[in-house]
Design a protein around this ligand. Structure first.
Ligand code: ASP
Length: 326
């Protein structure tokens, strides 16, 4: 670890593959500090003299607003936040991502770039072309590392442990990037974790990832129905069937057959353990009935707040040598 034990200082954060359990714990302790500051209404000053650029090429509610808010809670006054890059940047004129990244770095003198982009390799391309750190805020169908950290942090906060858990992931495990990143983090927290993958065959998690998880020691099983896993799950992680990818791949017929395949409702929740949580990266479409929202085990709204704390922690860690000292 460099700079007083902060392994994130001046580093890109583009993949969960860069993490280890000690690094995760480091971010979690920082996130606890951030949570205390926000709950007490006390903004910090970690990013007082810094500039942050947030470039989003895909729609976003939570990731965009929480990164923006995280920068402001850290005392950053120069935030260049551009949602809709796909429509408003020179990408429309055919500019490459590499050139756009270089341009934003030059024109804003930013200290960090937070990027969301539909291409799987977008963060790697950005990192290869920027001198400042890149944070991956969602890349294609492949990775969503900051979401995975906030998901794991939510599990820790809600259940008080990360070991001996049975985590069921439900829905679109083929296109969904959050489940892919989270599954990998779960094995770092507990190599023997049980992961139950619930999806129609056409939307199962890619085989190479399932094999990698199994090689790392995870007990991974595949199922077709929520009923098959609901009684045993400690975490039920619901996801949306991701219409935009079916559209892109000319598969709308398949989408229309699969949408509405899974709906978590009150009768199903009656079968679940008393101590379990329901999570969802959101947005939901129809896969969690609103009647579940009132169930105390519905953790998906609380999960979003973890996103603010984790993103504050990541920004402070990337831009200050010893954030735990302040
Ligand atoms: N918000 C999450 C993502 O950006 C999940 C989703 O879009 O369904 O991947």
């Amino acid at each position: 670890m460099n700079k007083k034990g902060n392994p994130f200082f001046w580093q890109d954060f583009i993949s969960v593959g860069q993490l280890s359990f000690p690094k995760i714990k480091y971010i979690f302790s920082l996130a606890d500090r951030m949570s205390a500051a926000v709950e007490n209404g006390q903004a910090r000053r970690d990013l007082k003299n810094k500039t942050v650029a947030i470039l989003f090429y895909q729609p976003s509610t939570r990731t965009f607003s929480s990164f923006l808010s995280a920068a402001l809670w850290l005392g950053c006054r120069r935030v260049i936040a551009i949602p809709g890059m796909q429509a408003y940047s020179s990408a429309v004129k055919g500019e490459s991502l590499a050139d756009t990244i270089r341009s934003i770095e030059q024109t804003t003198a930013t200290n960090i770039i937070i990027l969301r982009h539909p291409q799987d390799s977008s963060s790697e391309i950005a990192a290869a072309n920027a001198r400042v750190p890149i944070i991956n805020a969602g890349s294609g169908k492949k990775e969503h590392p900051t979401q995975a950290l906030l998901d794991l942090y939510t599990i820790q906060r809600e259940l008080g442990q990360l070991k001996k858990l049975r985590v069921a992931m439900v829905g679109d495990l083929k296109y969904g990037r959050t489940v892919k990143s989270l599954a990998q983090l779960l094995t770092l927290a507990d190599p023997q974790v049980h992961i139950d993958l619930v999806a129609p065959a056409a939307l199962q998690m890619p085989d190479n990832l399932v094999m990698r998880l199994r090689r790392q020691g995870a007990q991974v099983k595949k199922y077709a129905k929520i009923e098959d896993v609901i009684t045993k799950a400690d975490v039920l992680y619901m996801t949306r069937i991701q219409r935009e990818w079916f559209e892109k791949e000319g598969q709308m017929g398949l989408y229309n057959r699969l949408k509405g395949f899974y709906v978590l409702n009150r009768p199903l929740m009656r079968k679940a353990k008393k101590k379990m949580i329901v999570m969802h990266p959101l947005p939901r479409v129809n896969e969690i009935a609103p009647e579940v929202d009132r169930d105390p085990r519905a953790a998906y709204f609380r999960q979003m707040r973890s996103g603010l704390y984790i993103r504050m922690a990541l920004l402070a860690a990337a831009l200050t040598p010893s954030p735990l000292a302040s």
